[in-house]
Write a protein that binds this ligand. Structure first.
Ligand SMILES: Cc1cc2nc3c(=O)[nH]c(=O)nc-3n(C[C@H](O)[C@H](O)[C@H](O)COP(=O)(O)O)c2cc1C
Ligand code: SF4
Length: 497
């Protein structure tokens, strides 16, 4: 029943169509107007101009290391490990493992083999003890989520890999799927065995056509070699995975909108509870984890929870991949251990700016706060970044220089978010557009109603903070609050008569 309804409704259901803006759009011919491209627009003004002229907006092509980016050009970024142990990027640093034989020889599927020799309860305990937290944004403990799905009494359960990677500035999941696709498949099968699921989905963004090809091939060969499908490793356990390609909606990365999207419904965010772990895809218990969260799993199973939790610090265990944009001297993917300072990431790994002066960094996606240079000694950790109004988020690190006015950044981020709002909450649907219009006008003609505009701005931000149903609205408030906190002088200039 589940699969029929996907085929029938797909993502092309008329009721849902207006949500998607990339359905009939050729990604290969596109120009990106994401936040990393805005920050680096001076590096290629022609490309940036084309992005702004394009009627269909593309918010991130996952090529922030070569921004301003376009669909036609591609290259491989610097990919390095700055941790005592490489976990997520190990195979990618070694050149990628898209060949199944090579993957197996490197220890691939050993985690799955070991998993199948344990009872599910034991697997869940290992994940709980490892301290692994979600890498998709919220940092929720993975083991807790797995236990919740495990403990539901239901004949049918699902596992979903969230491969929507919508945050401008983030491109980690892209390279995991393109260059190490079997690790995602292995991790999903382990998760399915642990929670008792028989079907899985990879919800993949359309902007990643190479990842689509790599995953299709890997699914086929995994099945042919009994690592997926019926009677995995000759056991009684069976599990299928299907890929669902998104059509360009940022909010579909939010787990309840994503579930609606797979079901072919209008992908609005749903109120929780019930949580997807209790009532998710087609009303069944569903485990939704991010791609990077998943690929930590085989390492944890093989090496043990203790080995994993000994990496990192405080309540942030293990490693995190950060993705640096093109304004850095050394843009690329770096696997770091939680606990290093932002300064290490920005100065030592990124090599600071190619030229000019750093004005701030947007860490964890545009819907988190800006971090100014005087806060760069903050340690990279979930709670530590929260305390300064920022976030680990998806691990994107977008640096911007003194050539980017704060007003322009505010206009850009509110423009992006109001276009992607699912529309359920009024401050997000209407208020975010009002702020965008206000700052467009400030940038074009200056401000004619200073005090009133400032008051309106603050009131909308306060409404976003207190009434938003999901992280898109609250993230916008976080972003604005960081501007109030760290860039007050420049902001107040915007509201002068
Ligand atoms: C607006 C919005 C967009 C999101 N986009 C993504 C995304 O692209 N990828 C992702 O893994 N999580 C995204 N999330 C977080 C998911 O809702 C969910 O928390 C996550 O997939 C759970 O996986 P994790 O526990 O492994 O992080 C988004 C959340 C919001 C509010
Ligand atoms: S905050 Fe915005 S995106 Fe999130 S549920 Fe409300 S309207 Fe939808």
């Amino acid at each position: 029943m589940a699969d029929n309804s996907i085929q029938k409704a797909g993502l092309n259901n008329n009721h849902a169509k207006s949500f998607y803006h990339l359905t009939n759009f050729d990604i290969n011919k596109s120009y990106c107007s994401g936040t990393a491209c805005l920050a680096s627009r001076r590096l290629n003004q022609t490309c940036w101009k084309k992005a702004l002229e394009q009627t269909v907006r593309v918010h991130c092509l996952g090529k922030c290391y070569m921004s301003p980016a376009c669909g036609q050009l591609d290259s491989r970024p610097i990919i390095k490990c700055h941790s005592s142990k490489p976990i997520v990027l190990k195979r990618i640093i070694e050149g990628g493992f898209t060949n199944i034989g090579r993957y197996v020889k490197s220890g691939g599927f050993l985690g799955l083999k070991k998993t199948l020799s344990m009872i599910p309860e034991e697997v869940i305990r290992i994940i709980e003890q490892s301290g692994l937290r979600g890498r998709g944004g919220a940092g929720f403990p993975a083991g807790k989520k797995w236990r919740s799905v495990f403990s539901q009494k239901s004949k049918e359960k699902f596992v979903i890999a969230n491969a929507d990677e919508g945050d401008p500035g983030a491109y980690t999941d892209r390279f995991i799927m393109e260059e190490d696709p079997y690790s995602l498949i292995e991790s999903m099968v382990i998760a399915a065995y642990a929670v008792g699921a028989s079907k899985g989905y990879i919800y993949l963004r359309k902007e990643y056509p190479k990842a689509h090809t790599a995953l299709q091939q890997a699914l086929l060969l995994s099945k042919r070699n009994s690592f997926l499908g019926e009677n995995i490793f000759g056991t009684k356990f069976s599990f299928e995975i299907k890929i669902v390609v998104g059509q360009g909606s940022y909010v579909c990365g939010e787990e309840t909108a994503l579930i609606n999207s797979i079901e072919g419904k209008r992908p609005e965010v749903m109120a929780r509870p019930p949580y997807p772990t209790e009532s998710g895809l087609f009303g069944k218990p569903t485990l939704v984890n991010n791609v990077e969260t998943f690929v930590n799993i085989p390492w944890i199973i093989v090496n043990g929870a203790g080995a994993y939790s000994s990496i990192g610090f405080s309540n942030s265990k293990g490693t995190k991949v950060v993705s640096l944009n093109s304004l850095f001297r050394n843009p690329g993917l770096y696997e770091i251990e939680f606990g290093v300072s932002l300064r290490t990431i920005i100065e030592e790994l990124g090599g600071e700016l190619q030229e000019g002066r750093i004005k701030g960094v947007i860490v964890g996606g545009p819907l988190a706060g800006i971090v100014p240079p005087h806060m760069f000694d903050t340690k990279f950790g979930f709670e530590e970044l929260r305390q300064i109004g920022s976030s680990v988020g998806h691990g994107g690190v977008i640096v911007f220089d003194t050539g980017t006015p704060i007003a322009e950044l505010i206009q850009h981020i509110f423009d992006f978010s109001s276009g992607e709002s699912c529309g359920k909450c009024t401050p997000c649907r209407v208020g975010s557009r009002s702020i965008e219009t206000m700052f467009s006008s400030i940038l074009e003609i200056g401000n004619s109603d200073g005090a009133a505009s400032r008051k309106q701005f603050e009131e909308i931000v306060s409404a976003l903070e207190s009434t938003s149903l999901c992280g898109l609205g609250t993230g916008l408030a976080d972003f604005a609050k960081s501007v109030f906190r760290y860039y007050e002088k420049e902001l107040s200039e915007c509201f002068k008569w």
